[in-house]
Design a protein around this ligand. Structure first.
Ligand code: RNT
Ligand code: ZN
Length: 415
């Protein structure tokens, strides 16, 4: 037995003393996929090649060398990141990542423009999720898409979202694994609206039209936001708007960790929402002062989110996606850090003696609850994590960093 395995055996015993089965935790962790967002790899630029700047209140800061400029470069980078990540996961793609020799308008996209991605996901054993891209486009420049007062503009985005659902449905069908279609729109006003109701009424009507056709292989989700750059005073698709909509339609609600007031936590919302909507999609992100989309770190909130999912056995109803974009560090590292942290958060939750804590709570013994919650923070979770990585043939601890640096030198720095 080497040191790693010995350390694991000791940790296993310590957890077993609390009634926690580390082997069972590892088995459950293996089955939880993380949907890895393609857009961290190229600063949300996509491959339409129209020269359109990132818009609609989204901002990527930093100019670290090595941004992926083509689908092949992006896939190469994703493969590198995946080699650092234990387990089987998913790719989350946006419509602007299409592949075509000739320009294709957003309302004209078809499955064939994404076949390269579907085939690649098959080869990598990845599920695939999809998003219409209702931003970074001349028809989104005035800040309104599905809620636009202009019927033509609205119709264009309705058609784009309809086309996106059909593509996602084909993705799910081809991969034999349902694909999520998540709709986020930037619509809002910089300053105080004179009418808050009409844009929301129009948004509701647009969504109704988009979602008319029932589809078997896609799960529809809608994502709210509190405010954005340029939509500080009003956002049509607010939390109440989409919570109500998702309940009415019994569809998935997407909660983005950066889309609420800074002290408002999505970890606290999961249990309430799941009483009324069938599924949640999470955009795990990290806002710093605003919706800054920083790389996900092993923060209290990350641990609280992942703990809520596994302590309640919500894995089948909560789809975990990541949403951050940092161009100030190596982009492959950004993915690796964010995904590994999310998995570590899940593992920490899986190693909690939840039954014991809940028993203490029900008995009114809040002393034991607090004492144990705090003692658990110093338990050897890292030993179980390392063992999991070892068994999955993924790098243990920070050993991936050296390989990443070689990749940066040999591949990224030559771009
Ligand atoms: C924007 C939303 C949205 C995007 C991605 C690119 O505030 O969070 O999810 O970040 O779709
Ligand atoms: Zn998001």
């Amino acid at each position: 037995m080497n040191n790693l395995e010995t350390t694991y055996e000791i940790a296993k015993e310590q957890y077993a003393a609390l009634g926690v089965d580390t082997e069972a935790a590892i088995e459950r962790l293996k089955k939880i996929p993380i949907s890895i967002h393609c857009w961290q790899g190229d600063d949300v630029a996509g491959f339409e090649n129209t020269g359109q700047a990132l818009g609609s209140g989204l901002a990527v800061t930093g100019n670290y060398p090595g941004r992926a400029r083509t689908p092949d470069e992006l896939r190469q980078d994703l493969e590198k990141a995946l080699s650092f990540i234990p387990g089987d996961h998913r790719l989350n793609l946006h419509a602007i990542y299409l592949e075509s020799d000739t320009p294709v308008e957003r309302d004209q996209i078809e499955t064939k423009h994404f076949q390269g991605w579907i085939d690649w996901c098959k080869s990598q054993n990845l599920g695939l999720d999809f998003n219409p891209t209702c931003f970074s486009h001349p028809l989104a420049d005035d800040g309104m898409t599905l809620s636009s007062p202009d019927k033509g503009v609205r119709q264009f985005w309705i058609d784009h979202c309809k086309a996106s659902r059909l593509i996602a449905n084909d993705m799910g069908d081809q991969l034999d694994n349902p694909s999520i279609t998540n709709i986020w729109i930037p619509d809002g006003y910089k300053d105080t609206p004179a009418d808050r109701f009409a844009p929301r009424q129009r948004l509701k009507d647009s969504l109704d039209e988009i979602l008319t056709q029932p589809l078997e292989h896609t799960i529809d989700a809608v994502e709210s936001k509190l405010f954005g750059i340029g939509s500080e005073a009003f956002v049509a698709g607010s939390h109440e708007f989409y919570l109500g909509y998702a309940i009415q339609k019994q569809m998935a609600l997407c909660l983005d960790a950066g889309h609420f007031h800074p002290t408002e936590m999505i970890s606290e919302k999961i249990s309430s929402c799941l009483l009324y909507v069938p599924r949640l999609l999470l955009h795990v992100s990290r806002g710093v002062r605003w919706d800054s989309d920083h790389v996900v770190t092993f923060s209290d909130e990350l641990q609280a989110i992942t703990r809520e999912i596994v302590a309640n056995k919500f894995e089948d109803r909560v789809h975990i996606g990541l949403d951050f974009f940092d161009a100030s560090i190596n982009r492959v590292a950004a993915w690796t850090i964010g995904v590994r942290n999310t998995l570590r958060g899940l593992l920490l939750g899986l190693l909690e003696p939840t039954d014991m804590l809940r028993k203490a709570e029900l008995e009114g013994d809040f002393t034991t609850r607090l004492a144990m919650q705090e003692e658990l923070k110093a338990f050897p979770m890292a030993a179980v994590w390392d063992e999991y990585c070892r068994r999955q043939d993924a790098p243990v601890s920070s050993s991936w960093l050296k390989d990443l640096k070689s990749y940066e030198k040999d591949v990224l720095s030559l771009r």
